[in-house]
Design a protein around this ligand. Structure first.
Ligand code: GTP
Ligand code: MG
Length: 210
């Protein structure tokens, strides 16, 4: 499959607002401003399909993006920005919890962390939560363009330790700005589709090959 078509499908807070559960979904979780919306745009070669912003807390709903009518990327609301009331934090938890626990077509939840920082308490909680829901615990470290290769390797070690990742759990550093490791991401998705029995396979376009 080559990706030609991707479309915004729906924004939802509660289950009754989700689009019909017809195709597999891959969701991106992580603190606000980590780059969830940016990675979706980068992977789909779209500038502004998922709305990004320098203002933390831009994505406050669960946003569904259709890819080729075959699967969906799901942009989850970000956590961890300071100016939020306890009530709002609680409702954020409920929104994510409902989606993680009740979505039959949710194939994988990927945790995004900023490659430059030690994971926060909320990152650790989110990771445990993802694992407890039965997902693989794939971690994608964003903004790798901001560090040298050596620094990225150092940070990988710290992030793996802090999140208590299994030795064989997948960790990929990416950059939505430079597109570093874009195809590694697609390789991971291809594997997930295969393991889960979906006949979906993304092919690199020749002119895009690096
Ligand atoms: P919320 O919607 O608030 O949860 O944030 P988000 O996780 O969707 O983050 P978003 O994609 O909006 O990115 C936040 C900021 O980080 C924007 O200013 C992006 O341009 C920037 N950004 C995202 N990815 C990268 C990256 O790989 N490298 C660099 N240098 N900046 C990035
Ligand atoms: Mg966003």
């Amino acid at each position: 499959m080559k990706i030609k078509e991707s479309n915004y499908l729906a924004s939802a807070v509660w289950e009754e607002q989700y689009p019909e559960a017809t195709v597999p979904e891959i969701a991106f979780a992580g603190r606000s401003n980590v780059g969830k919306s940016s990675i979706i745009n980068m992977l789909l070669n779209r500038k502004n399909l998922a709305r990004t912003s320098g203002t933390p807390g831009k994505t406050q709903t669960i946003n569904f993006y259709d890819v080729e009518d075959q699967f969906r990327f799901v942009d989850l609301p970000g956590y961890g920005f300071a100016k939020v009331s306890k009530t709002k934090k609680k409702s954020w938890g409920k929104i994510i919890e409902t989606y993680l626990n009740r979505r039959p077509t949710l194939m994988e939840v990927i945790l995004l962390v900023d490659v430059r920082h030690k994971p926060s308490k909320e990152d650790k909680d989110m990771y445990q939560w993802i694992k407890a829901c039965g997902f693989n615990g794939i971690v994608v470290a964003t903004k790798a363009d901001k560090l040298s290769k050596g620094q990225v390797a150092k940070q990988e070690k710290i992030i793996r330790e802090e999140l208590m990742m299994d030795a064989d759990a997948t960790f990929v550093a990416i950059s939505s700005t430079s597109r570093f490791n874009k195809y590694e991401m697609w390789d991971i998705f291809n594997q997930l589709f295969e393991i889960n029995g979906f006949p979906i396979h993304f092919e690199r376009q020749v002119k895009e090959r690096k």
